[in-house]
Structures are given as C-alpha cells and as structure tokens.
Design a protein around this ligand. Sequence first.
Ligand code: MN
Length: 228
Amino acid sequence: MNELAFAPPATPAVAIEGGGRFPVHRIYCVGRNYADHVREMGSQPTPPFFFMKPADALVANGAPIPYPPRTANLQYEMELVVAIGRSGRNIAPAGALGHVFGYAAGIDLTRRDLQAAAKENRLPWDAGKGFDHSAPVAAIRPAARGHLSRGRIWLSVNGKTQQDSDLSYMLTGVPQLIAELSTLYELKAGDLLFTGTPAGVGAVQPGDRIEGGIEGLEVLRNTIVPPA
Ligand code: MN
C-alpha cells in the first residue's frame, strides 16, 4: 500500500571523464560573477546570489536542444560547473575544495526576455532560467586531476567566437561560492554549481551550433533544433 503510484523518473546524471556517471541532486547557479558581464547587463556588482534550475533540465554533451517555448530571445551563458561530491553546511572557504568532486563546462541557457520582464516586475527568475533543456553540461573531470581557478573560458556560435575570458576574472572564486551557498542550503553530494558567465552573451536560433570550452575540460557541443 506504500507503493509509488507510478515509476519515478530516472535520476539525471552527467558523464564522468574516464567512466561512470555523476547522479545529480540539485543545480544551483550564481548570478553576476564576472565584472564585464555585470556591465553588459547594465547591473551593479552585488554579493554572490543564487538561483536554481531543476536537475532534469540537464542536457548531455552532443544532444540536440529544442528551442524553448514562450521566448524570442534564447541566450547562451558559458560557465564553469562545479560538481559537489561531499555533503556539508556552513563550509569554511579553507575546506571548500575538499567538497568538490570535479569540474565541467556548462551553459546556463536563459530566456532573456522572460528574465528581463521578471527583473522589471520584481518577480522570480524561474521561468527565465529554470526551463526544460536549459542546462547542457559536458563530462566532469575529477578534482583528483587538479582544481581550477584560472584558464581560458570561451564559447562560439557556428564557429565564431562570442565569449572569450579567463576563470581568474570571477568576482567570487569557487571556495567562497561554496562557503556562501552552504550557509543557505545543505549541500549534498550530487549538487552542481554553475559559477557565472563572462561578457559576450547573445541569442541563438534553431540550427545554431554552440561550442563551449574551458581549458583542460571536455568541450561542450550542442545544436539548437526547432521547438519540440
Ligand atoms: Mn548564468
């Protein structure tokens, strides 16, 4: 009598370099974490703030991404994604990297028109950020192969470079982001954290090929296809 009414959906997961898959619990994202992107959005620098995407918004590397509904301005944001491998709350910055399972290249796809309307009306960002297929992520490189605090981060559309920056330009680094986030939520093994995007964000259309890379990590390649 305690049986589930129907079979639960499969646990979303991200490939791990060298084999296996990382089961995803939650997807957290940080806003306004590169000064040049803060400027291009006409925003002011703020302390780190967070929003979420549903775990089942994940898209595998190479999978097609259907153009989402209710938008005329789908934009890419290339980001370093941190995978959490050890749970914790109120984590000290000095110990934060010990909670990192690994790193991956990801894109925080955004319905910019819906996000802009939400900002203007002081409404939540969920519809602008947390929609289906909004979180493509490439394979995770285990932290045993080194932590990442610098290195090129770039994105191209149809072979033309649109974003080209360096992880070292993050306003708040990974240890401090983990520490701050863990004061708001208990972090769990399986959480992902998108760490913000540099300048150069822009719109894509069905048929566009997006490639995004971070020095040392698997390159993310996805194509936008017509609406589902
Ligand atoms: Mn973002």
